[in-house]
Design a protein around this ligand. Structure first.
Ligand SMILES: NC(=O)c1ccc[n+]([C@@H]2O[C@H](COP(=O)([O-])OP(=O)(O)OC[C@H]3O[C@@H](n4cnc5c(N)ncnc54)[C@H](OP(=O)(O)O)[C@@H]3O)[C@@H](O)[C@H]2O)c1
Length: 333
């Protein structure tokens, strides 16, 4: 049989993604051998980190060569199985990569959660939910009554962080681009307040909403937004550096935040992390996240686009802020 695949055609270093960074091909797929299974991919999931993988700047994953099938997560159905790891007819989440069909031995694939939509394994129970949990609780260490400030707050990770902060008894303030995203944060995701950074008065709004400073910062964005947030920390603040999407499309590292010395005045700590370091805890954390969803304490939204031919364009939506929640692409029924 044949499958279509998107191959990496250029390393998008120091610039935004382009259509020509990826090439659509069709290739023959062999029959699954002993210990292997044939899977049909139904959804692809998208993460800003994929740009870093394609650039080969991230050293926590294997390098990507030109001509490789683009790396990425997905949900797939097992069509034929010669391995006890994967049940025929079952739906599994894993690194499917950008292909319509694949042969795998099943390593790294997890069954989808039985009670939630399959795409929950790419969003609230996937890397984004786990990243929110680990970054907030292991590094942010929120205490009841704390004020938690989240940048990139309306995204898949950020929207989960604020809700987990509320579960921990904190006040949650989000920063996001545009009135609609800010409205969703307060009305649907239960944030106490949201600031539209595109409206241009971030510093003044921070002062008004958190006159005593913030206790935890969860930063997905970096750049000037991080700088403004650092200018507004309370004594003993914990600053969690999760991502820095504002710099993912530029070639140069931005100058360090001018306000970094506030860490000294406020006796604050700033830590970065890679969520994969807590992989052994993921099964237990997934259960806790699913419990919160089932109790109605954690909502999530999934932005579903359609059509395998739109795969690169769907990744680009993360960098323009077009996505509303976890970005996925449905490629088969
Ligand atoms: N450390 C880890 O282990 C780890 C793991 C997973 C994800 N992450 C990081 O977590 C962050 C969020 O990822 P996600 O998958 O949940 O994506 P997401 O937040 O759902 O989507 C990305 C969002 O980033 C915002 N954005 C894009 N360009 C921006 C810019 N120049 N300035 C400010 N905001 C910008 C946009 O929202 P607006 O419309 O609000 O601008 C966009 O919707 C990323 O930085 C990612 O790299 C880290």
């Amino acid at each position: 049989m044949k499958t279509r695949q998107w191959l990496l055609a250029d390393h998008p270093r120091g610039r935004p993604l382009k259509d020509s960074d990826f090439r659509l091909t069709e290739t023959d797929l062999p029959e699954p051998g002993p210990g292997q299974a044939l899977l049909q991919v139904l959804w692809l999931g998208f993460d800003p980190a994929q740009k870093g993988w394609a650039e080969n700047v991230a050293d926590y994953v294997a390098p990507m060569a030109l001509g490789d099938v683009m790396r990425g997560s997905g949900i797939a159905r097992v069509v034929k199985s010669n391995t006890p790891r994967l049940k025929e007819g079952g739906l599994y989440a894993g690194m499917t990569c950008w292909t319509e069909w694949l042969i795998t031995d099943g390593q790294g694939f997890e069954p989808v959660h039985p009670d939630l939509p399959p795409t929950a394994m790419l969003s609230v129970l996937g890397t984004t939910g786990l990243t929110a949990w680990c970054g907030l609780f292991k590094l942010g260490k929120p205490q009841p009554g704390d004020t938690v400030l989240v940048s990139g707050a309306a995204g898949a990770t950020g929207s989960t962080v604020g809700q987990l902060a509320k579960v921990a008894g904190c006040r949650a303030i989000g920063i996001a681009g545009g009135a609609e995203k800010c409205r969703w944060l307060v009305e649907e995701a239960g944030y106490d307040a949201a600031i539209d950074y595109k409206a241009g008065n971030l510093r003044a709004q921070l002062k008004e909403l958190a006159p005593n400073g913030v206790d935890v910062i969860f930063d997905n964005v970096g750049g000037s937004i991080l700088n403004d947030m650092l200018g507004h920390i309370a004594t003993g603040a914990r600053i969690v550096i999760c991502g820095g999407i504002s710099r993912y499309e530029t070639g140069t590292m931005p100058a360090g935040p001018e306000n970094y010395f506030n860490l000294v005045f406020r006796r604050a700590t700033m830590s970065g992390f890679i969520v994969l370091d807590w992989a052994s805890e993921f099964p237990a954390l997934r259960k806790r996240l699913a419990g919160l969803v089932n109790d109605g304490r954690l909502v999530f939204r999934v932005d579903e686009q359609h059509g395998f031919e739109n795969t690169p364009r769907t990744l680009m939506r993360l960098f323009t802020g077009e996505n509303r929640g976890k970005q996925v692409l449905k490629i088969a029924e």
